[in-house]
Design a protein around this ligand. Structure first.
Ligand code: PMP
Length: 364
């Protein structure tokens, strides 16, 4: 038998590491999907086999996140970036205002798109502090009767994560959960709409998951094009037009994998352990410095600096040579970023901690 192909520890922020089991299953069934005699890549999206793939993915999501009956699960395209526009197109009537909490670069992008489409109020922003923290409750200024309150549960670039969702006070809560959805349990019934590009915790790039409360489907103006309406995709159960079929299939395999891992509570425990190990090393001596304030730290994207940019560049280079790939921070923040999503193995976090310790010993 051929030996297993060599794999690095992939700390990429997204597209990101997938479970090896999922890759192997896809590889096994790539040429001929069981019972179909053809690849999922070649299959009609109107076939019974593909329909069953979509419905199983949907059912697994419903079970994993305990999605209530009156919420719809949609597989869309256009990434989370299209949701920056689709959310206001569908949910922000002309006379209303949408409130946004801005805790990083992705929240800023969401605001920029919404502003093209309607009236936006920044309920709070931590930009002045270089997005190192979340707003305190008394910094949040809400618009009475707002159409919705948007926030980014985990800011992938800055590494700042809400420990729990902000209070909604009766206004539909809309969340960009692109980089932490299903990394922990989520109380869907507290949300109006949650969206996430799949390429971090859920699967490959190309499919975007939207979970939306049914009553919000009716808000869109009649003039909105068919494909941009949530109601269209809900009615056609994500098969209005040709979906990103292979991406949906792999997402389904990841959902089944999540169930086998023990579900979202088990994932949360494992993710907390991984993050704690890494932050403990960052805090150990002062050689490394975390970007986010300790109480706002992300368990998904761990952002940190070294004493100089030269040392940071050296760290990235030597780490890559040691099989620790993708640690360079986003250019807007600099430094290092270790993305440790669901599928990222604990052994990889330990390997990074060992590397950090050795790097500090030799360069500190
Ligand atoms: N929101 C967040 C929090 C993200 O991390 C990203 C991608 N890194 C996006 C939105 C944009 O997603 P996409 O590239 O799928 O449009």
């Amino acid at each position: 038998m051929a030996s297993a192909p060599k794999r690095v520890f992939n700390f990429s922020a997204g597209p990101a590491v997938l479970p090896v089991e999922v890759l192997e299953e896809a590889q096994r069934d790539l040429v001929s999907y069981p019972g179909a005699g053809m690849s999922v890549l070649e299959m009609s999206h109107r076939s019974a086999v593909f329909e069953s793939i979509v419905r199983r993915a949907e059912a697994d999501i419903r079970a994993l996140a305990q999605v209530p009956e009156h919420y719809r699960i949609l597989f869309l395209q256009g990434g989370a970036s299209l949701q920056f526009a689709m959310v206001p197109m569908n949910l922000l009537p002309p006379a209303a205002t949408a409130d946004y909490l801005v805790t990083g670069a992705w929240g800023q992008k969401a605001v920029a798109e919404a502003r093209k489409l309607g009236t936006v109020a920044i309920a709070a922003s931590t930009e002045q502090d270089n997005f190192t923290r979340l707003p305190t409750p008394d910094e949040v200024h809400r618009t009475p009767g707002a159409a919705y309150l948007h926030f980014t549960s985990n800011e992938t670039i800055h590494g700042v994560q809400f420990p729990e969702e902000p209070a909604a006070d009766g206004v539909p809560l809309v969340c960009d959960a692109s980089s932490d959805l299903f990394s922990r349990p989520i109380a869907i019934d507290r949300y109006g709409l949650v969206y996430a590009g799949a390429q971090k915790n859920l699967g490959p790039a190309g499919v975007t998951l939207v979970i939306v409360r049914e009553d919000l489907l009716e808000r869109a103006p009649a003039s909105l094009p068919t494909i941009l309406r949530y109601a269209t995709h809900a009615k056609e159960r994500s098969l209005y037009n040709t979906p990103p079929a292979f991406a949906v299939y792999i997402l389904g395999l990841v959902m089944a994998w999540l169930k086998r891992q023990g579900g979202l509570a088990a994932m949360a425990e494992r993710n907390a352990r991984k993050a704690a190990l890494l932050y403990a090393e960052i805090d150990r001596t002062g050689f490394y410095r975390g970007h986010a304030r300790p109480e706002c730290r992300s368990r998904m994207n761990v952002t940190f600096r070294l004493p100089t940019e030269a040392l940071e560049a050296r760290f990235v280079e030597e780490a890559a040579a040691a099989g620790l790939d993708g640690l360079k921070g986003h250019r807007s923040v600099g430094g290092l970023r270790a993305s440790i999503y669901n599928a990222f193995p604990e052994a990889g976090v330990q390997a990074l901690v060992d590397f950090m310790r050795e790097f500090e010993r030799t360069h500190g």
